[in-house]
Write a protein that binds this ligand. Structure first.
Ligand code: SAH
Ligand code: MG
Length: 197
């Protein structure tokens, strides 16, 4: 297991795959244990690094993870198999915005895909969350660029960073969820679904 994780880290470095930072995944793993999270949906598998670490926290944890890039999806399947997690992790090869989920209720949704689409992912997948479930979003600080979108020269990057700023505003104003922001790794947002009254 340990060696598989190290191998994934070197693969990611070598192939420029943006896997989660160590502090962030440590935070999420602790959260999973503390809140007895069992059923997780992940948007953006890449090579399965975060999915495998989340699945490893507890024997009862299962993960459904969605990836649209074929090379990464294949690599993810390979890694899930190496870790003997075929019965814990279900890898779906599709664009998350086109996926049809059967009526599953997740304890946690981890959003870690195309950053400009965060609001769309949130609005689509919130219906698959259990009452008091949690949505965690990675890269909320976007390499420290958040809050500085007007000073960025490149137009594409500026537009991406301002999308993330909009997402942060969307979370802050959201009445259905209570969000806390953490300066851990590349920034995490933890959004807890409020009780329906
Ligand atoms: N969660 C992974 C890293 C994911 S990187 C980890 O920490 O180990 C983001 C991934 O999201 C990329 O592999 C990209 O192909 C995928 N992605 C981006 N937009 C997507 C979409 N709409 N549907 C499915 N996958 C998407
Ligand atoms: Mg990430």
């Amino acid at each position: 297991m340990k060696q598989n994780i190290l191998d994934m880290e070197s693969y990611a470095l070598e192939h420029n795959v943006p896997i989660i930072e160590k502090d962030s995944i440590a935070f999420i793993m602790k959260y999973i244990k503390a809140h007895n999270i069992q059923n997780i949906l992940e948007i953006g598998s890449a090579i399965g690094y975060s999915a495998i670490l989340m699945a490893s926290t507890n024997p009862d944890v299962t993960v459904t993870t969605i990836e649209r890039d074929e090379t990464r999806y294949m690599e993810c399947l390979k890694n899930v198999k190496k870790c003997n997690f075929e019965n814990k992790i279900n890898v779906v090869f599709q664009d998350a915005l086109e996926v049809n989920l059967s009526n599953v209720n997740y304890d946690m949704i981890f959003i870690d895909a195309a950053k400009a689409q965060n609001t769309k992912f949130f609005e689509k997948f919130k219906y698959f969350l259990k009452p008091n479930g949690v949505i965690i979003t990675d890269n909320i600080n976007f390499h420290g660029l958040k809050g500085n979108s007007q000073e960025i020269e490149s137009k594409n990057l500026r537009s991406l960073v301002s999308k993330i700023e909009e997402y942060v505003e969307f979370l802050k104003e959201n009445k259905e969820f209570e969000t806390n922001f953490y300066d851990i790794g590349d920034g995490l947002a933890v959004s807890i679904k409020k009780d329906e009254k």
